[in-house]
Ligand binder design. Structure first.
Ligand SMILES: Cc1cc2nc3c(=O)[nH]c(=O)nc-3n(C[C@H](O)[C@H](O)[C@H](O)COP(=O)(O)OP(=O)(O)OC[C@H]3O[C@@H](n4cnc5c(N)ncnc54)[C@H](O)[C@@H]3O)c2cc1C
Length: 382
């Protein structure tokens, strides 16, 4: 293992490999990714549902997604690896008057930023997603540029390109401490030895607050369990079946293999690192799914799993320099959107770290926003 580096990226999930990719493209110097698990993506990245969408309620999130969607489309040209961004669209189904009002306002903001989103009448929904109960639906928003991707495919593509550009990747290498000289970071202490470095990029997802604390810093990220279920084959799931979000119940579903992936966020869950599968959680997901897709009655459960959302108080990512510790940069807290925002997060991080103005205005995502009271909540969280 290298004993010194120009930058140490802590965490080998989708954010860490994307950040390393864009830093390496800028020839940033010796870059080392350190990952505590035996393989990359072992944290939340391997648990993600694969949704990629730009329909958000804040300008920063819409723009992060629009840049990411562009980069997902040109992934092969950029990295040399194939990874499919299947633009089947995202459909938000709205059955409450309050939600119609909120999503119409969001739609106007999204259009003003240049997103190709449209409003759908309920009777248009079966064209995209057949066998969905629509009797109570009042309106839907739909964006064809949104869609699905396999997080592990994109992670492998970045990993391969990172290695080709000379990025060191250390597995089973747990960060156990961070040393400082005054306010400045000097050394990352790991289970495999020390790495001296002037710059640490904290991409440790749900664990990133622990990394910040090791350096005497702070990042407002907490872990929350989220669970998913997949079904066996279903004959009504066609290749163009979009991601559907039933806004009232919080249920989301999209095609997965020849069946559906069903997910829902239990917002009453307490913060913890527990990822055990809870049967009651699964039952609630199935109950909500049966209510919206009655044809699921005969479906079989193929798989289920639980993972962690790395959640911030305002459900927006934290991208920027630590407010106390020099040389510590955070790229974390994506609150359920880290896969879809990874390419843009990599780009803006590499720009800021290189001392440049980022392509997108992400001033609202800086860690200092909480102390300053400049918080804008992302409300379109699933
Ligand atoms: C059920 C579920 C569904 C989701 N669906 C979607 C979706 O549809 N679309 C979407 O965009 N996002 C989705 N997400 C969110 C997405 O998975 C995360 O936002 C994203 O994976 C975050 O990536 P990351 O690289 O920051 O974190 P991670 O993938 O968790 O990577 C962080 C890494 O840091 C490592 N690490 C931690 N501590 C240390 C240490 N001390 N030393 C060394 N390494 C360390 C961990 O082992 C881990 O590999 C979903 C999440 C869940 C749980």
């Amino acid at each position: 293992m290298r004993s010194r580096a120009d930058v140490v990226v802590v965490g080998g999930g989708i954010i860490g490999v994307a950040v390393a990719f864009y830093l390496a493209k800028r020839k940033f110097g010796q870059i080392v990714i350190v990952e505590k698990e035996p393989f990359l993506g072992a944290g939340s990245t391997s648990k993600a549902a694969g949704g990629i969408r730009a329909q958000f309620s804040t300008k920063a999130n819409i723009e992060m997604s629009m840049l990411s969607e562009k980069l997902f489309c040109q992934f092969k040209e950029d990295t040399g690896s194939e990874a499919l961004f299947d633009q089947v669209g995202y459909l938000f189904a709205l059955s409450e008057d309050a939600d119609v009002k909120t999503y119409t306002k969001q739609y106007e903001l999204q259009r003003s930023v240049g997103l190709n989103v449209q409003l759908l009448k309920p009777e248009d929904i079966p064209t995209y997603a057949p066998h969905i109960r629509i009797d109570d639906i009042k309106l839907a928003t739909f964006c064809h540029d949104d869609g699905l991707g396999d997080p592990s495919e994109f992670l492998r593509g970045y990993e391969k390109a990172d290695r080709e550009m000379g990025v060191g990747i250390e597995m089973e290498c747990e960060v156990t401490g961070i040393a400082r000289n005054g306010d400045k970071v000097t050394t990352v202490r790991t289970s495999k030895g020390d790495i001296s470095t002037p710059l640490i990029v904290n991409c440790a997802g749900a664990w990133s607050a622990l990394i910040a604390r090791m350096a005497g810093g702070d990042v407002k990220v907490e872990p929350y369990k989220r669970q998913c279920v997949t079904t066996g084959e279903l004959d009504f799931v066609k290749p163009f079946f979009p991601m559907v979000v039933d806004v009232k119940s919080g249920l989301y579903f999209h095609k997965e293999s020849k069946g559906l992936l069903l997910g829902w966020a239990d917002k009453d869950m307490k913060s913890s690192f527990d990822v055990s599968i809870e049967p009651d959680y699964t039952d609630t997901i199935i109950e909500k799914a049966l209510d919206r897709i009655p044809q699921l009655e005969t479906a079989e459960i193929a798989n289920q799993w639980a993972g962690l959302y790395e959640t911030t108080p305002d459900h927006q990512a934290i991208i920027g320099w630590d407010t106390e510790v020099q040389g510590l940069f955070h790229v974390t807290g994506f609150s359920g959107h880290g896969f879809m925002h990874a390419p843009a997060a990599g780009v803006v991080t590499s720009e800021i770290v290189a001392g440049q103005k980022p392509t997108i205005d992400i001033s609202s995502l800086g860690p200092e926003r909480f102390a300053r009271g400049l918080v804008h909540h992302e409300t379109n969280v699933i």
